[in-house]
Ligand binder design. Structure first.
Ligand SMILES: [Zn+2]
Length: 320
């Protein structure tokens, strides 16, 4: 006689239904990520394609991954590029965590450029005037970012970024400008997967991935998430039209493309991107969209292309 306890049967059935349900939800996320990426391909014809990753905000585990216009193999772990302004969330939180760095209340003055560095002044996107640390993220202020890392040493910034999981040139090989350009996400090569994994620190109160190690303090991580949320306010850099009933932390970026052949930055090729973590009160997802050299439609920025794309994905994810 077969002796199966009814409670065991019910439990097995429940687990089966749960896994079927979560599979269906993940397929749906993959479908929307694919759809949004295809729309970008059509609308902006990015010369080197588009990559979109949706991951578990706590572990960095991939839920959906799309790569269009590349070589055929998914490039999320292999293709390196300069991330631009999105990278500020890592450099600013590093400066907030280091004892000789800044706090969330520090004040800065943006005159539209930063000239306390050798060589040409580093231009900001506009004159932001008097701002605090949160405003650097909210308005994407380049000048404020440079001021924020002034008192941090090359070695310290290098150490912190390595803790986040990035492979950075050793500080001995940095020029006098490197600390500032690296803080702005230029002069550093990353992969899509590295960026998403590093962002788990802000979803996990300072811990990388599923508790691998503490990179910044819980306060710094939580403060950064709230600063990123302010970017969605009406005067912020990443307004999310149409996303309702979900608090989103988001940061966009636009990086000039570095041509390794000519060893110069291109004037007309950009890497546009946006990274979102949500819901802010208890993060579950990270969405990262990277568009490589948009060539059509006259828009080349992360704010213009990737923020709306990420918004569409968020809407589908929270509706599931
Ligand atoms: Zn500024």
């Amino acid at each position: 006689m077969i002796n199966v306890k009814p409670t065991k049967c019910v439990l097995l059935l429940f687990l089966l239904l749960l896994s079927l349900f979560s599979c269906k939800a993940e397929n749906k996320i993959q479908t929307i990520a694919q759809q949004v990426s295809e729309e970008i391909m059509e609308q902006y014809e990015p010369l080197e394609g588009v990559m979109t990753l949706v991951a578990d905000a706590k572990t960095g585990e991939v839920i959906a991954s799309v790569d269009l216009g590349g070589t055929g193999d998914n490039r999320s772990e292999t293709y390196t590029y300069e991330p631009g302004s999105v990278f500020k969330i890592f450099s600013i939180s590093s400066a907030m965590f280091l004892p000789n760095g800044i706090t969330s209340d520090s004040k800065f003055n943006c005159e539209g450029f930063y000239d306390k560095v050798k060589g040409n002044p580093i231009k900001c996107i506009k004159v932001h005037g008097e701002i605090d640390t949160g405003d650097i993220i909210k308005y994407s202020c380049y000048s404020g970012t440079c001021s924020a890392v002034e008192t941090v040493t090359d070695k310290e910034l290098h150490f912190m970024l390595s803790q986040f999981g990035f492979r950075v040139l050793p500080p001995e090989e940095w020029s006098e400008r490197s600390k500032y350009t690296v803080a702005l996400g230029q002069g550093i090569a990353v992969t899509v997967k590295q960026m998403v994994k590093a962002a788990t620190v802000f979803a996990n109160h300072g811990m990388l991935g599923a508790g691998e190690m503490e990179v910044v303090s819980p306060k710094v991580a939580d403060d950064m998430l709230l600063m990123m949320e302010k970017a969605t306010q009406p005067d912020g850099i990443a307004r999310l039209h149409g996303v309702k009933d979900c608090r989103v932390a988001i940061v966009p970026g636009t990086a000039q493309w570095y041509d390794p052949e000519t060893k110069t930055y291109s004037d007309n090729k950009f890497v546009a991107s946006a990274l979102a973590i949500f819901p802010v009160e208890e993060p579950r997802y990270i969405v990262y969209n990277v568009v490589l050299h948009p060539s059509k439609g006259g828009i080349t920025t992360g704010t213009g292309i990737c923020v709306p794309a990420v918004g569409k994905i968020i809407n589908e994810v929270i509706r599931k």
